[in-house]
Design a protein around this ligand. Sequence first.
Ligand code: PEP
Ligand code: MN
Length: 342
Amino acid sequence: MLIVMDKKATQEQIDAVIAAIQQRGFTARPIPGGERMSIGILNNKGHVDGSSFLGLPGVKDAIHVTRPYKLVSREFKPEDTVVQVGDVSVGSSNLTIIAGPCAVESEYQALTIAEHVRRSGAHLFRGGAFKPRTSPYSFQGLGEKGLKILAKVRREIGMPVVTEVMDLEKIDLVAEYADVIQIGTRNMQNFSLLRRAGKASKPVLLKRGMAATIDEWLMAAEYIMEGGNSQVILCERGVRTFVHHSRNTLDLSAVSVVIKESHLPIIVDPSHAAGQRDQVIPLARAAVAVGAHGLMVEVHHAPEEALSDGAQSLYPDQFEKMCRQVQSIYNDLREGEGPEDR
Ligand code: PEP
Ligand code: MN
């Protein structure tokens, strides 16, 4: 249940509602909105009688939340969430481009690619220091050395960095260096990791599990938010189907469903969906056309030498072209339209 306070409700009235919720043995979660405060009721086992709150001073409405995910749902918070990463705003009417190599391979590689993508208009730099690889014999990432290189990219190129955490053990280390902590497709239902990410002080980019339904994905985001971290960015990266022409099948319909169901920003990763460079730009254009709040794209200055995912990495000039095209699609969409038209 969501208790919606009147626009003119005082702090005392808000505190009194919180106390009334706690008195009944529930958890109260204040959700500040643009115009008014709402207070979510969590940890109720069954039906909550809304009428008992309606009589309290300053209460405007009591709304039953019908979705299993509460904190992530639009029912709970109608306004778009904007996740702030340094100077970069992710979500709502912003189009955020995250770009970089699959893995951080060397200082030279990371700085070279970062310089290219920044010039083309990327806002955040991506690069894995800990890589979840199918084979134990494949390049596993540079580990902490990779994180240090990312810190150098931030310092020298001036871009915030996104990097993946694979396990609980490393989350503090990754959070120390990263501006955004990525949780990958293989960990989307690693509930201990999700809970721990809920305690992190950095935003979390949560990729969709390769076989996850939208409900499962949103419930995974709920774990992070329930832990206290409301800075969550969702990322559609394709799901596994029977096709062979691409690595995964990009589920673009998920974007509009998520925008309807949740206030969280949703971006699209066409690289891991496609698996092949020639499919990346068309999918990126489609993702922006369908209303995604951003893109995460793999780029490499010498993809034929990349230690991972070279086949799907764009050359810098292709990335530049992609940026121009998606920006123009985005501008056309925005012309004279409000966010409700997304
Ligand atoms: C990645 O973005 O580096 C990655 C491993 O992606 P995913 O978890 O979507 O496979
Ligand atoms: Mn990759």
